[in-house]
Design a protein around this ligand. Structure first.
Ligand SMILES: [Zn+2]
Length: 457
């Protein structure tokens, strides 16, 4: 803002606001005044005077929400879209599909950008992404305008053997992945701009030795970071940890000092009553893969986990990054567990999980996750001038039950419009699609020839 003249950079004018701020969750007609990348004020009347230098976005007929926070993604895994959804198990554990060690840097860049762009166009303004090549993926995603946080997967299992059913640990691999995480922190952890950042990502209890998990804990404490890991994703993992460590995965995480309110646990499907209590007591955050898990015929006991004390956050895992659709899956699966409609599973609960709940998981709740004065100006404008989004009797209920990510018209990150009219402004969409198509075709060609070679051996 020009201090002398007090001219704000931007006004999002006259939209209906769903703020995710408990103090003022709904504003029927609001003017969001944005300056210097932050929300300067939210007014319920048109400002008396608007300076011609201020950019005004007419939001009449639009619903404004905070940007969504997707706490657990693997953008590069968009390479298995349309196939992994119908496989028996996660791609890393399956033969004949492209794996994390397969993409070359160019392919990683292309797939990461596709995943990042998809998430942004659907209204996510920050994602927490883990996979290989994250030194390439985070900047590639950030180029689209999204805040790209994440980490390369840290493990000491030999991932080139896991899909063959072999868990072999190698300290050199552990050292290498830790070194990559350390380099990523140096190059991409930016707690000032928040455009890119690091959340340490030990892959899973079974792909990390207890000793490596302790090293990750030390790095977390040294650097003041959070942890994102898969927890009790499969019965295979639970049985394996029981055999190897004589514990359950949450017990192991507690034993190595990782289970506390700095932990984001993805999945948490195969958990016992004691595990649920343990996770809740720790105040850990649940990355609920609502759609992905149910597509695979499974569901995390989200009702019990929330009651035990876990913070609910939402995530798409292997992309299809529509957080609106995800809210619906989370709502339905919660109600299925309870067998009825209760106050615990209402549109407000899943909207909170998709916004401020995710921000809490990342430790960024003072900066993003709600439309609150002083926070970063990360906003999404949904075009509600559409038959499936009328009437406006209950805007939040309508958004959650019939809205879609593709109803997003405009996305603003740090006060900059990065999507307008449903199209990205920072990158060439056609070029992103074309590069991803070429990369995926080549990755699948190599994966299939590997499978053929394996079946002949
Ligand atoms: Zn995952």
């Amino acid at each position: 803002m020009n201090e002398a003249l007090a001219i704000p950079d931007m006004i999002v004018a006259g939209g209906t606001l769903l703020t995710s701020d408990p103090n003022r969750p709904y504003i029927q007609e609001g003017w969001v005044i944005i300056d210097n990348g932050r929300i300067e004020s939210i007014q319920d009347k048109k400002p008396a005077r608007i300076h011609p230098a201020t950019k005004v976005i007419d939001a009449k007929g639009f619903v404004i929400t905070p940007g969504f926070v997707n706490v657990h993604t693997h953008a590069i895994l968009s390479m298995v879209r349309g196939v992994a959804e119908d496989m028996g198990f996660a791609p890393a554990y399956t033969i004949g599909v492209p794996h994390g060690h397969d993409p070359n840097p160019e392919e990683a860049y292309a797939m990461a950008q596709l995943g990042g762009l998809e998430a942004l166009l659907f209204g996510s303004t920050i994602i927490n992404d883990t996979f290989t090549h994250q030194n390439i993926a985070l900047p590639a995603m950030a180029e689209t305008g999204i805040r790209a946080w994440g980490c390369g997967r840290i493990h000491d299992v030999d991932f080139t053997r896991v899909h063959l059913g072999e868990w072999t640990y190698n300290t050199k691999i552990g050292e290498q992945t830790l070194r990559e995480a350390s380099d990523l922190i140096e190059e991409n952890h930016d707690p000032i701009s928040l455009l890119t950042g690091v959340v340490l990502a030990p892959h899973a209890p079974d792909t990390c030795s207890p000793d490596l998990l302790r090293q990750v804990r030390n790095m977390r404490d040294d650097k003041g970071l959070r942890i994102n890991t898969h927890v009790s994703q499969s019965q295979v993992e639970v049985d394996f940890i029981r055999e190897r460590d004589k514990m359950s995965p949450p017990e192991l995480l507690e034993d190595v000092g990782l289970l506390d309110d700095r932990l984001i646990g993805a999945h948490c499907i195969h958990v016992s009553k004691t595990d649920i209590e343990r996770l809740g007591r720790a105040g850990a955050h649940l990355a609920h893969i609502a759609k992905g898990n149910q597509t695979h015929g499974q569901v995390a006991p989200t009702s019990a986990l929330r009651r035990a004390g876990m913070n609910l956050a939402l995530s798409t895992d292997n992309m299809h990054a529509d957080m609106v659709e995800l809210m619906r899956w989370a709502l339905a699966s919660g109600r299925l567990q309870d067998g009825k409609i209760t106050n615990d599973w209402q549109p407000a609960n899943v909207f909170e999980a998709a916004t401020i709940g995710g921000a809490r998981a990342l430790g960024l709740e003072d900066e993003v996750g709600s439309l609150t004065v002083g926070k970063r100006a990360d906003l999404v404008m949904f075009d509600f001038r559409r038959p499936h989004l009328r009437p406006l009797t209950n805007v939040l209920g309508t958004l959650v039950h019939t809205g879609q990510g593709r109803d997003v018209d405009t996305v603003i990150v740090e006060g900059e419009v990065v999507v307008s009219g449903g199209e990205p402004l920072r990158v060439d969409k056609s070029a992103v699609l074309e590069a991803a198509e070429t990369a995926a075709a080549e990755l699948w060609r190599r994966a299939r020839s590997e499978e053929l070679a394996f079946s002949k051996s």
